[in-house]
Design a binder for this molecule. Sequence first.
Ligand code: HMG
Ligand code: MG
Length: 308
Amino acid sequence: MRYPSQATIIEVGPRDGLQNEAVHVPTDAKVRFVDMLSDAGLPVVEVTSFVHPKAVPRMADAHEVLRAIRQKPGVRYPVLVPNSRGLERALAAGAREIALFTAATESFTRANINRTIDQSIDDARAVIQAARPHGARIRAYVSTAFACPFEGPVPPEQVAGICARLLDAGAEQIGLGDTIGAATPADVSRLLDRVLGLAPLDGWGMHFHDTRGTALANVVRSLDYGIAVFDSAAGGLGGCPFAGPNATGNLATEDLVYLLDGLGVETGVSLPRVMDATRFICARLDHAPTSKVFQAGGRLVPKPLATA
Ligand code: HMG
Ligand code: MG
C-alpha cells in the first residue's frame, strides 16, 4: 500500500488553538471543547499548557482545565510544559503525558521561552529526568523546523542536530513544527530525508500550520515517507503568540480528517462531531473557523436538481 493504513491525529486546538485568541474563553467552555473532541474519536487531545501565565494569559487556567475534563479511557491528554516549574504544575494537576518544546533557531527560542537553544535542551533534559519516575510519556516539539520568522529558511542539518539532542535526552517522539506555515512538500522531503534515520518512524510527528495553504500538501508528502502522526486544530484555530502577527492557524482537523478518509487512511475520528466541537468553540470566539471542509458544510450531500 502507498500510505500507512492508519494515522494518529493529535488535536491541539485547546492549546495551540486557544493560546493566541483575542477573546477570553471561560474555563468551563474549554473543558467542554476538550470533552467534545475526545467524544469525536480523537485519540490524543493536547489540553493546555503550563507556561508562565503572564507570557500566555489564555492558558492561566491550565490546572483547572486539566482537572475538570472527563478523561475518556484510551484517550491521551498531553499538556505543554516549558521547564521544571511547568512540569511540577502539570504533575500536580494530574498530567500523565507532556510535550516539551524548543526550536531550531536561536532567535525564536529567545522570543518564545527566553532561552538559548543549549539552555532549552538542558531544561528539556531536566524535565525528562524528573518526569520519568512519574511514568509520563514525553513528546518534544522542534519549532521553526522549516522557517523562522526572524531568520528565514532553516537548513535541515540545523534541525537534525536539535532532534538528535532531544532524542538523546530521552524524548520519545519529535513533533516537527512548521510554526509559521511556510513549508512546501519540497521542504518536507528535504527535512525528512535528513532526520528520519535518527529515530524509528513512529518517533516522528508533523505539526503543520496552514498559513500559506500548504499544510495538506505537506501531509501527503509526509505520508509518502510513512509518517503517521499529524497535529491539527479543530476549525483551523491557532498560532504561536511569539512568532509574529502572520503566524496563523494550525492545519484544521476537519480538513485533515477529510483528506485522510479520502485516502483510505484510518483515523477513528468522526468528521461531523469534530465540526460540532468547532461550532461550539467558535461561537465563543470573535471569528469564524478557517477550515475549508467546515465552510463547505462537511461531506458532500448531493441535492437532486429540482425540476419545474
Ligand atoms: P522566564 O521569565 O525566563 O522564566 O520565562 P524564569 O525561569 O526566569 O522564571 C521567572 C519566574 O517565572 C519565576 O518566578 C518562575 O518560578 C516563574 P519567581 O521566582 O520570579 O516568582 N516560572 C513559571 N511560572 C509558572 N509556570 C512556569 C514557569 N516557569 C517559570 N512554567 C518561560 C520562561 C518559558 C516560563 C516563559 O518564557 C514562557 O512561559 N513562555 C511561554 C512560551 C509559550 O507558551 N509559547 C507558545 C507555545 S509554543 C508554540 O506554540 C509552538 C508549537 O505549537 C509548535 C510549533 O508550532 O512550532 C508547540
Ligand atoms: Mg503550533
